[in-house]
Design a protein around this ligand. Structure first.
Ligand code: ME8
Length: 503
């Protein structure tokens, strides 16, 4: 099976922060899970470069827009590389391969009449580069809901996309394929707004700057940055080798950009007669220490702060925290240092780290570092129930649920240590076989956990496997999750604490 997952392409004018890192990490977890299952995965992220802000900032810094974009795109690329993100490509909308395709798509839409030239007047949010509908502009008292700056009344000759044609098709789509927009609350929001009626949307701008992609056959208008940006998902895989990946299996985004992804994008694809993505998954927001992150408060968890967390706790601890406590559902999540510290100690050090460490230490102490023979079914049923729940949840991108199931099993295994008290069995030679069984079951549960943490904590997974003596190389999910795969006689490696406790 193929699996194509995308993140938003990020505005190249901003510096990477926890929000960008979050969506990209979540996509990375999905990609790694599907690779573990043997799927043919394509994972795309990138940068959105044709915003007017780029021209302004470049001018302020005395460089060309392209130089400014190059520099800032690199910040995103470096950040994702440093965070071990396993994207298969990084699309930049200023790349020729994208520009050619974006022009081609607009050309197709001009031919079908889905794009036409007309007049536009409305309330414009310069920071977001979008027009707000009259009622929204009024509701926000003619100020940007994003940065509070006054909206500007703007009039221009524009190319429009005939969105008004597609209301019924979109409602039908949401009816027939409810999973198209996830979570449900977001689908309902979209449906209600579509029912209020759809206007045609302006998809071009003028402004004298060359920065942007030209509307084909027009020397003045460039393609509005949002339309240009949405095309990235298609343009990147619109080649002979990659066409097999379309349609995208999931576009991961946050709720701020739902309308573009759940309404404008599918309408354009219908107009282009292309297959529609299977899902648009709009998560909620991270807030910081109980407050909304904003420029004015200066409380972004920015890349410097992220680096600090990584050096204090390790990259995998950050990935775990993001995945387990992140805003995948409809509620916002708080990124707070005290909470991070508690989670690290309680869930990584005391639960997972402790289980691995005590299991391997006991095998060293009681069995000379060699995994013994199984003698009963011990933790098997618990393991199988957990694996089934984990798989089903991972397939639905319910990472919180999958980690709940997995950590439930970690807790169960720790409990099993207490119940079976190997230190008592070790004192009685008549119980040697029983002790073999207990130690085998624990080692096997550690092996299984090493496989299932792979998408979330790839480095930890490797470390557990090296300590257990089974090597970093993994088979596919289906075979690795068979209970009893650990060979008796496996010589365990050097044992070291995975998550030293923090104060
Ligand atoms: O909107 N919590 O780019 P952008 C969680 N270029 N995620 C957050 C977040 C937060 N507080 N803040 C941002 C754009 N994000 C356009 C997209 S796509 C064709 C064009 C994440 O740089 C989240 O994924 O403003 C959100 O949707 C995205 O960053 C917005 O990134």
């Amino acid at each position: 099976m193929k699996f194509y997952v995308t993140t938003p392409i990020y505005y190249v004018n901003d510096r990477p922060h926890i929000g960008h890192v979050y969506t990209t990490t979540i996509a990375d977890i999905a990609a790694r899970f599907h690779r573990l299952c043997g799927d043919d995965v394509f994972f795309l992220t990138g940068t959105d470069e044709h915003a007017a802000k780029v021209v302004d900032s470049a001018a302020e810094h005395g460089v060309t827009p392209q130089q400014w974009a190059d520099e800032n795109a690199k910040a995103f690329q470096d950040t994702f590389a440093k965070l071990g993100i396993s994207n298969d490509d990084f699309i930049r909308t200023s790349q020729e391969r994208h520009k050619v395709k974006a022009q081609q798509y607009v050309g197709e839409l001009l031919k079908t009449g889905d794009v036409y030239l007309g007049d536009y007047e409305g309330w414009y949010d310069a920071g977001q580069e979008e027009y707000l509908p009259e009622n929204k502009a009024k509701e926000y008292e003619f100020k940007s809901p994003f940065n509070g700056k006054p909206l500007v009344r703007k009039k221009e000759k524009n190319y429009f996309f005939r969105l008004s044609r597609y209301g019924d098709s979109l409602l039908k789509l949401l009816e027939e394929r409810p999973e198209f927009v996830h979570p449900d609350v977001r689908r309902n929001e979209v449906r209600n707004r579509i029912r209020e009626g759809l206007n045609d949307v302006p998809i071009s701008r003028t402004g004298g700057s060359d920065w942007g992609i030209r509307i084909p056959g027009d020397s003045e208008h460039t393609i509005y940055v949002w339309i240009d940006a949405l095309f990235n998902y298609l343009s990147t895989v619109d080649t002979d080798e990659r066409r097999k990946f379309w349609p995208a299996d999931v576009h991961l985004i946050a709720k701020d950009i739902l309308w573009f992804h759940a309404v404008i994008w599918p309408a354009m694809l219908i107009a282009l007669k292309r297959e529609l993505p299977r899902q648009v998954y709009a998560h909620s927001f991270w807030i910081s220490e109980g407050q909304k992150m904003s420029k004015s408060l200066g409380n972004f968890i920015d890349i410097e702060k992220i680096d600090q967390y990584v050096s204090n706790f390790g990259l995998d601890a950050l990935r775990y925290f993001l995945a387990r406590y992140g805003p995948l559902g409809i509620n916002d999540s708080d990124f707070a240092e005290a909470r991070f510290n508690d989670v690290y100690n309680a869930e990584l050090a005391d639960k997972l780290g402790n289980l691995v460490n005590r299991t391997l230490t006991m095998i060293q102490r009681y069995r000379n570092g060699v995994a013994p023979q199984a003698s009963d079914e011990g933790l098997r049923t618990d393991a199988e129930t957990m694996v089934a729940a984990y798989r089903e949840r991972m397939n639905r991108l319910d990472f919180v649920g999958a980690l709940d199931a997995l950590w439930g099993f970690v807790v169960r295994s720790n409990q099993y240590v207490e119940e079976s008290a190997p230190w008592k069995l070790a004192k009685d030679p008549a119980k040697a076989r029983q002790l073999d069984g207990v130690l085998y079951n624990l080692a096997e549960s550690v092996r299984l956990i090493s496989v299932l943490v792979t998408p979330f904590m790839p480095t930890t997974s490797g470390a557990i496997r090296t300590q257990l003596g089974v090597g970093d190389k993994r088979g596919l999910f289906a075979e690795e999750t068979n209970w009893g795969r650990l060979a008796a006689g496996t010589k365990i490696g050097q044992v070291a604490p995975l998550f030293p406790k923090r104060t």
